[in-house]
Design a protein around this ligand. Structure first.
Ligand code: PGA
Length: 254
């Protein structure tokens, strides 16, 4: 099903084993009532995908996906998982290019592009994450960095698929720091990112693209961020680990 706005995505990173996943969902699903028309997607760690799928079976209002996949389809890659393994758990989404993957694991733009291709081939809905470091922002390189990340990834995927991509703008300096971009910062960066997307696709696809903001999103700032021009939803890390806090973000009870 095509994703709808607003889109609320929860990136659990390296948190929640299968038991904690079930406990979270027991608490979350009873509270969960998102804003009208919203899409809600979780990214649990790979080891918890099966438990997640079992816990949300029959709930069309909660979707989930993989945080990362290997850039190849299969093979001798100890510790890695392939995109094609994810659908058997019920997963329908996949992240690529998260800044933690780029910095900790060395994912470059070509690797991110290859991962997007594997996600599409497996029938998963990819989210391409982009964003600048504080150093890059202060050096006035915001547009250059976003352009390189968008173009670098989109160049490796077929033109026909580009219109289906979902994007997340996550300034690295706002991730896990408590320092959120202001709604004006987010609107400005989203306008730049959308221009870069338009240059790699076309005006229409860029205007239609779902573009999320991520970085220290919480119940107290969700409404202001969602009201910012060009912000179609959010990608939430820390504040998605507590059922009440993520339910409040999805429901707009900040
Ligand atoms: P944060 O993480 O909400 O904890 O800042 C966001 C992300 O990395 O996706």
């Amino acid at each position: 099903m095509a994703p709808t706005r607003p889109l609320f995505a929860a990136n659990w990173k390296m948190h929640k084993d299968p038991v904690e996943t079930r406990e979270f969902l027991d608490a979350f699903l009873t509270r969960h009532g998102a804003r009208d028309g919203a899409t809600v997607v979780f990214f649990p760690p790979a080891i918890s995908l099966q438990a997640f799928g079992e816990s949300v079976a029959g709930r069309a209002d909660v979707e989930f996906g993989v945080q990362d996949v290997h850039e190849e389809t299969h093979g001798a890659h100890t510790g890695a998982i392939s995109a094609s393994m994810a659908p058997a758990t019920g997963a329908t989404w996949g992240l690529a290019g998260h800044s933690e993957r780029r910095t900790e694991f060395g994912d470059d733009d070509a690797t991110v592009g290859a991962k997007l291709s594997r996600l599409f081939e497996a029938g998963l809905q990819p989210i391409l994450c982009v964003g600048e470091t504080l150093e890059e922002r202060e050096a006035g390189r915001l547009e250059e960095v976003l352009r390189r990340q968008v173009t670098g990834a989109l160049d490796s995927i077929g033109a026909a698929r580009r219109e289906d991509l979902v994007y997340a703008y996550e300034p690295v300096w706002a991730i896990g720091t408590g320092r959120t971009a202001t709604p004006a910062d987010a609107a400005e960066a989203h306008a730049i990112a959308r221009r870069c997307i338009a240059d790699s696709t076309n005006e229409q696809d860029a205007a239609n693209a779902i573009l999320l903001y991520g970085g220290s999103v919480k119940p107290s700032n969700i409404d202001d961020l969602l009201a910012a021009e060009g912000v179609d939803g959010v990608l939430v890390g820390g504040a998605s680990l507590e059922p009440a806090s993520f339910a409040a973000i999805c429901a707009g009870e900040g």
